[in-house]
Write a protein that binds this ligand. Structure first.
Ligand code: AMP
Ligand code: ZN
Length: 141
């Protein structure tokens, strides 16, 4: 029996205690439709075991979620004729996470859909980029 949190919305979906449109499931994951879809076919892939976020999820569960996400992406592309896919995970309230059971958004994209990149790409300060890369390299263990 994997970890569950009795107060967690997505644990309740895993347990079948609240309704969801489930597309697929396996020993480690459940894939279901998001009820506030960004585009047609927006789905969420979650581990069965409760984990708050990217920093806490078991690496084997993360791998299983990634594989299920790829399968869902291929299914959406073939079935809904999506032109592309975004895989999105938000880790922490400051990174837009609102449900604190790890989930991977699988968002089919369509050539004429209204979604926008949430930052404006532009060249950064190369000294700062290199210094930050070095700082991360030194602590990468
Ligand atoms: P995030 O903001 O990245 O934490 O994503 C949480 C997602 O869960 C949002 O896209 C919500 O629309 C979705 N969501 C919340 N409650 C439910 C629910 N009961 N069934 C399906 N999706 C849900
Ligand atoms: Zn949970």
């Amino acid at each position: 029996m994997s970890a569950t949190d009795p107060d967690c919305l997505f644990c309740k979906i895993v347990a079948g205690e609240i309704p969801a449109t489930i597309v697929a499931s396996d020993e480690r994951t459940v894939t279901f439709m998001d009820i506030n879809p960004a585009t047609r076919g927006h789905a969420l892939v979650i581990p069965r075991a409760h984990a708050r976020d990217l920093l806490e999820i078991d690496p084997d569960d993360l791998a299983a979620v990634a594989q299920a996400g790829q399968h869902m992406a291929r299914t959406a592309k073939a079935t809904l004729r999506a032109d592309g896919i975004n895989l999105i995970n938000s880790c922490g309230a400051d990174a837009w996470q609102t449900v604190f059971h790890f989930h991977l958004h699988v968002i089919p994209r369509y050539r004429d859909d209204p979604l926008q990149l949430p930052w404006v790409p532009g060249p950064g300060d190369m000294d700062q980029i290199q210094a930050t890369g070095l700082e991360l390299k030194e602590h990468y263990a």
